[in-house]
Design a protein around this ligand. Structure first.
Ligand code: ADP
Ligand code: MG
Ligand code: MG
Length: 886
């Protein structure tokens, strides 16, 4: 077993996997010489060992003993020492910060004896009893799994008995009585006494942290954020410092710059005479951090100096937790701070301008997912709006929906496909399900650092908080504001940037970032966010090796894609060219029982399709357009079997002759397949239905020829779907070449194939002989590799698979590197072994997925192709993939 416990002085910020983010950064601050209360970290290895064996590793107890002894020495007091006890906090902390993990237990080490020692030693009995009641409360709730309301209610009752609403009015006697009540509650609810032995308290808390890795909320969050299920969490044991020793003490949170805009400045909240989470829990009103300067100039100056040190050291926005104990500042946590998507871009370019990082590093710090978020619509400034209140814009976006007051109601409504806004006084970790289900979150209490704000920003969900004008009554299901009352089900709209809340649904307009991509907003028009996006995406374009094409079937889509930066079309599906009014011709084609009828039907379709191609090739003039010949099974173009059967039966019932319908029904029955995904489709159709592919090729070639005559530069490429044997491709290729020769004009049109069957990937060396290019169809390749019929499996059991950790993300969303990815790699290697210059692309939905784009870069594809709206994301991520490894 490797070493399982590290003193804070032994770690550093790069040991996140082992020590968790909190532990690694506590170590980093310790080594920077900042005032961090001494302590140690139990590694995530220990947690993993515990989770896999169900028992704490034997060596752990000894290592903890050793480090407790060192800590006692350093602090000059012992755990459980009756006259002056050493107290610690037990804090969870995984490599990735994660709501849902066990909450921290403070003041571990106090008991019925040492509480008196602490009272005496501090000269402040109120403080000692406050610390003890907090320990029993936090221990009961998080370690023993009791309902937190048991304790809250008791505090509420004590305040009421005292005729006050302020927790500070409770004196030492009140708090001592509360401890008695709490301990009784522990006994009633668990059948056990509150443990008096400090080491037992610590061990139970440590195990509870380990167990919380597998709490429902943690599992849900990991799934949402695609965090692997087997990382485990570290545990930090940190000697206590006290912000609840009086008005010269307090606790606060801070950011080194504004987390929503990226502007430098003093951002944070401070609460006097308080401990731990009080500052974000909304028990009393906090003061803005800037006011600390008046309250305690020394601590304020120290904090400003330390914040500058941290920003300089981490070269990024940091967030911070601190406590002031009788005029002395202590640092309790820092990390590179979470930020909104807009702030990510703006901070990145500000840091370039400040000379802190270079453009490559800046590009590395913004993500495609963040860019995607910036492309969501905004409320229309000119729309009629009924403003109810304006509060704190905590997480940007524009969301409308029906008011719901509980997480359960949000989940139910979302399941019915309804849009909702979750309205709460404040949120807590139990609201995670509802927050995921809702379009947006509105709270009446808490600020930019409240639970709702932090979690919403992490999820990229719109959030307005601290709307104190709203009287939210969850029990009654009403929001009262200015004499009016809103009830559940009523529509409201919230603007997470401005903090505005509107009654009713508000019209939305494209975001400035989309306007920039559309070319209607210039990058230097004064919008700082747009300027940042422009700089970073241009840099991505400069450094990326992957080309970026789009999947587009129509001239309109193609034109938008061009504006968004498409360098060609990677996939034009031709299915839509057989739909609409053209159905009749398709029916005739399918029903034809002789060559003449079939040729007539094809002749009807050809000019229509030629016109489609004319428009499309014109819109993409000068850029490659990969056109896939028809792929889906033919029955998809016919009415449903049930519908026809009913029609025919009804006609017969009425004594009428069903004629055409009966013939159609017979055709549908003939074409019916048990498993159409694996049936008569793709290249198989082209080989079985004479003239079908030839008609499409003729339409493409004549359209291109016509454009060329007009002086244009059409660049069609013909792509054959679902090839599994090189013989299939040879046969089709011969036919395509024959048609191209007939059309004449000396056009060189590349002929390639999709690689979307495992067999095609495996024999790619053979297939390359007959192909001018490959395009990996990773949707079908995923279906055929896993044996998953996407439409059937996603709804039926994918959520179970995700829960059970069989995969961390659906293989249809992000490429399965080990399986499907290995086939792509094989296809690349074997294809290029035959033809070193073979052009390779990907046209599945994975072409717009950040992780997959990095994979396609690694395996050496030439381009990715994605939907028009994903293009900016693909450009950015292709650029990031090309950055030198750190
Ligand atoms: P989280 O992961 O939710 O940030 P933390 O472990 O940081 O949880 O702790 C919760 C609260 O308790 C924070 O406000 C933190 O600053 C405070 N806290 C943690 N350890 C100590 C300590 N040793 N002394 C004083 N306050 C502490
Ligand atoms: Mg913290
Ligand atoms: Mg396919």
């Amino acid at each position: 077993m490797p070493k399982l416990v590290y003193d804070f002085a032994e770690g550093n910020k790069d040991l996140k996997q082992l020590l968790g983010g909190k532990g690694a950064n506590l170590a980093e601050m310790t080594n920077l010489g900042l005032p961090v209360p001494p302590g140690f970290t139990i590694t995530a290895d220990a947690c993993r060992a515990y989770l896999s064996t169900g028992a704490v590793p034997a060596e752990l107890a000894d290592e903890i003993d050793h480090h407790v002894a060192l800590l006692e020495q350093k602090m000059g007091k012992k755990l459980g020492q009756a006259d002056d006890p050493l107290l610690v906090s037990v804090r969870s902390g995984a490599a990735v910060s994660m709501p849902g993990m066990m909450e921290t237990v403070l003041n571990v080490g106090l008991n019925d004896d040492s509480v008196n020692g602490l009272a005496h030693q501090s000269g402040n009995p109120r403080f000692a009893w406050d610390a003890y009641r907090r320990l029993v409360q936090m221990f009961g709730k998080t370690v023993l799994g009791m309902d937190g309301e048991v304790f809250e209610d008791a505090i509420e009752a004590a305040k009421q008995a005292k005729g006050t609403r302020n927790d500070l009015d409770l004196d030492a006697d009140d708090l001592q009585r509360l401890v008695g009540t709490f301990k009784q509650a522990v006994h009633d609810h668990t059948g056990r006494e509150f443990p008096q032995d400090p080491r037992t308290q610590m061990d139970l808390a440590i195990e509870a942290v380990f167990d919380s890795w597998n709490a429902d909320r943690a599992i849900l969050y990991r799934r949402q954020e695609r965090i692997p299920a087997d990382l485990g969490t570290a545990v930090n044991i940190c000697s206590m410092v006290f912000g609840n020793l009086g008005m010269d003490s307090g606790t606060g949170v801070a950011f080194t710059r504004d987390p929503s805009s990226g502007q430098p400045g003093v951002y944070g909240d401070y609460l006097q005479n308080a401990q731990g989470e009080d500052v974000v829990a909304g028990i009393r009103n906090t003061v803005p951090l800037a006011e600390l300067e008046q309250l305690d100039k020394t601590s304020y100056d120290d904090l400003m100096r330390i914040m500058a040190t941290l920003e300089g050291h981490y070269r990024d926005l940091c967030d911070i937790e601190f406590t002031v104990e009788r005029g002395k500042l202590w640092m309790l946590q820092t990390r590179v701070g979470k930020r909104t998507a807009a702030a990510a871009f703006r901070i990145a370019t500000s840091l370039i301008d400040e000379g802190v990082i270079d453009t490559g590093e800046a590009l590395g710090r913004v993500k495609g997912a963040q860019l995607a978020q910036l492309m969501f619509p905004r409320f229309d400034a000119d729309a009629d709006k009924d403003l109810i209140t304006k509060a704190i814009g905590a997480s940007p976006g524009a969301a409308s929906g029906q008011v719901v007051f509980t997480s359960a109601a949000a989940v139910e409504a979302a399941e019915r496909g309804e849009k909702v806004i979750l309205v709460r006084r404040e949120t807590n970790p139990d609201d995670l399900h509802g927050m995921i289900a809702a379009q947006g979150i509105l709270t009446s209490r808490g600020g930019k650092t409240s639970h709702a704000a932090v979690v919403a920003r992490g999820m990229g969900k719109t959030c307005v908080c601290g709307a104190e004008d709203l009287d939210v009554n969850v029990a009654k299901g009403t929001i009262a504001v200015d004499g009016t009352v809103l009830e559940a089900g009523e529509l409201i709209s919230i603007d997470g940037t401005t903090g505005e809340v509107f009654r009713g649904e508000v019209q939305v307009v494209p975001s400035p970032v989309v306007q920039y991509f559309e070319g209607t907003l210039a990058p230097d028009a004064g919008d700082e966010l747009v300027a940042s996006v422009h700089r970073l995406i241009k840099y991505a374009d400069d450094v990326r090796r992957l080309g970026v094409r789009t999947n587009a079937d129509t001239a309109d889509d193609a034109a938008r894609a061009r504006r968004f930066g498409a360098e060609g079309i990677g996939l034009c599906r031709t299915e839509h060219m057989f739909l609409g009014e053209r159905r009749e011709s398709v029916e005739r084609l399918i029903l034809a029982d002789n060559d003449a009828d079939r040729d007539t039907a094809l002749a009807e379709l050809e000019p229509l399709q030629r016109d489609d191609f004319l428009e499309l090739l014109d819109a993409m003039d000068g850029l490659p357009v990969t056109i896939r010949l028809i792929d889906p099974p033919l029955h998809e173009f016919l009415p449903s079997m049930e519908e026809l059967a009913v029609k025919v039966a009804v006609a017969r019932e009425r004594g009428e002759e069903p004629g055409h319908d009966a013939a159609l029904l017979a055709a549908v029955e003939r074409l019916h397949e048990q498993n159409p995904m694996l049936g008569l489709r793709g290249v198989r159709l082209g080989l079985v239905i004479p003239g079908l592919f030839a008609m499409q090729v003729r339409a493409i070639a004549t359209a291109a020829l016509e454009l060329r005559r007009r002086g244009r530069d059409p660049r069609p490429e013909i792509m054959i779907p679902l090839v599994g044997a090189v013989q299939e491709l040879h046969l089709v290729r011969d036919e395509v070449e024959r048609v191209l020769a007939e059309v004449g004009g000396g056009q060189e049109i590349p002929i390639g194939t999709m690689i979307e069957l495992p067999r095609a990937a495996v024999i790619a060396d053979q297939i390359a002989e007959a192909a001018d290019f490959f395009s990996f169809g990773t949707n079908d390749l995923t279906q055929t590799t896993w044996g998953f019929s996407r439409d059937d499996v996603e709804g039926a059991f994918f959520s179970r698979y995700l829960e059970k950790g069989i995969f961390a993300v659906s293989p249809f969303e992000s490429i399965d590197r080990e399986g499907v990815g290995a086939l792509v790699r094989t296809g690349v290697d074997r294809g290029r072994a035959t033809k070193p210059g073979l052009k390779l692309g990907v046209c599945g939905e994975h072409g717009g997925d950040p992780d997959s784009i990095h994979f396609f870069h690694e395996v050496g594809l030439d381009y990715v192709s994605c939907s028009p709206f994903r293009l900016p994301v693909a450009r950015l991520e292709a650029g990031r993939a090309a950055l030198p490894a750190e």
